[in-house]
Write a protein that binds this ligand. Sequence first.
Ligand code: ADP
Length: 218
Amino acid sequence: MVRLVDVAKTYSGHVAVSALRDVNLDIRRGEMTAIVGPSGAGKSTLLNILGLLDVPTSGRYLLDGTDTSQLGERELTALRAVTLGFVFQAFHLVPHLSCVGNVMLPLAHQGWPRRDRSRLATDALVQVGLAHRLDALPTTLSGGERQRVAVARAIVHSPSVILCDEPTGNLDQENSAHVMDLLRRLVTPERSLIVVTHDGAVSAQADRVVEVVDGAVR
Ligand code: ADP
């Protein structure tokens, strides 16, 4: 599903920073992978590359059989929109839109007809257990519920890969457990889940733990 071949990332500036070096990584469908490691190790850089939000300085990234190094900005945006779903630590919901409105947003960007958007968004919210809060505004929801809306938004277009950045970072233990159970259930034979986390309870759920240390993957 995901393959990194000899990937390196150097940030150029006053001083060049080598954030990733010689990274080789294969992630199969149906797997939950946790990415762990100390602060500054390169986890965000790795997640940005996997999420097509940044490009490697050298090496290749194959996503669902496509060599992304061959693609231009527009093609990358299209591949990102169809193949990937994102869940962040800070839920990033639009405050003046209802839950359905928030979950419909990615579909609008992809040009889905309005009627389908609303049906798919409702289905996704039902899947995350929020059938009773479809029209609620995010500000009236608890932190755990907000993250579940964000999860619904990440899965509404049936992505092959879900990328999560500290998805339980803003949640208490009970809500973390709930969101983690939910994410775990999203791993199907066709889909993989990649999660950057400091939370031992989250990495304990993973099929595989990848440790990033000083820009290298173990
Ligand atoms: P982590 O997510 O594990 O904390 P990062 O991927 O954020 O690690 O950072 C890896 C290294 O790259 C660090 O030394 C960090 O300071 C550096 N870095 C991250 N982003 C940038 C950037 N935009 N410009 C320059 N250096 C960066």
